[in-house]
Design a protein around this ligand. Sequence first.
Ligand SMILES: [Zn+2]
Length: 426
Amino acid sequence: MANVLFTNVRVFDGTGAQPYNADVLIQGNRIARVSRTGPGMSTAGLTVIDGAGATLMPGMCEAHTHFAWNNAASFDDIQRMPTEEHQLWCAHVAKVYLDHGWTSCVGAATAKPRLDVVVRNAIEEGLVKGPRYLAASQEITVAGSLGDETLPHIPYPEYSFGQIVSGPEEMRKCVRMFLKYGVDSIKLNLSGDNFVPFAPAETTWMSDEEVAMAVKEAKVRGKRVSVHARSCESVKQALRHGCEVIYHASFTDEEALDMLEANRDRIFVAPGLSVLIKLLYEGDAIGVSHQKAKEMGYEVELEAAVKSLREMHKRGVRVLPGGDYGFSWAPHGTNAMDLQYFVKYLGMTPMEALVSATRYGGQIMRRPDDLGLVKEGYLADLLLVDGDPLSNLGVLLDRSRLLAIMKDGVFHKTPEVRDARSIRAA
Ligand SMILES: [Zn+2]
């Protein structure tokens, strides 16, 4: 781990402050110094990176990641991938995230019991390249809901990407299995989803007794519960039971919004808008016409989600980017589209969208004092970006514009290096 000095960079620090010119010193895996008045130190022994006015910003955090989704067009195609290939796929995808500037990812569910924990452990051991990762369980669901892919004549649970439970004791057993495997979070499917005709988005499926048991068991081990909650009732159910991460939250009413606001310092919402937007407007590419998408309920849901999320944002609820990339219509690596969706659909400023990808990212990673800011003492997860993301969020979608990617003080993508002497002479 070399000590690195970034000179001549525009620092977007993630706090919401306007960018400023500074030099930034990295020692080991931490940001040692942010100097607005030049380095004021000897550059001997440092790797000096002349940013030439590029933007230095915190690495981004994807709040709703599925490494196991294999860029296919259906849940079936995900589940049919044999375990060995699937594990390698997850390792491959982990690197894709880091390649695109996502230095942290929050696992939102995996497709077979141990895929997420195995890839997280491999990243931490340095066996594979990838972001900091919080590993998820499979989606835990109930018969007939999202995640139950069994058929009357094919009743095998392995056929489903979810784990199907019935009643609190089965829930306890299932949660304990995932805790034993070492997950960081338990994922519950509280609502249905318009992608599955038998359980649309506005339906709610899990009993309070089942949710309560999952939360109780997860909390015993200090783990969190995240939920797939599109329906209004499922959002309220999640909040009633103390679930911390709410995915989607499309449908709300005044009571749900009040509950979200009352819990805003404790919860995170990651809507995963890409599914709604892509299927509604670009579904033709995978054989879902605009008319068909409307019939599936996507127009109604997008309209509701935009209304709900705009209100949440106004009320100070943390809304984070990421969500359900890894389908054919929104492959892994295109996740930074979410920032543009936040501006276009939710009324965020580009600054707010970037803060949600950085500062809030550190918070959802449970490391608010360590991650998500360019600040002295913070971990050196950094991007050097060619251009100004505040004036064009699109630069974050373009890998070639990410001049350098650093995770934990180590370059994943190394920029062109000029030595200290050439900098002084310049
Ligand atoms: Zn998801």
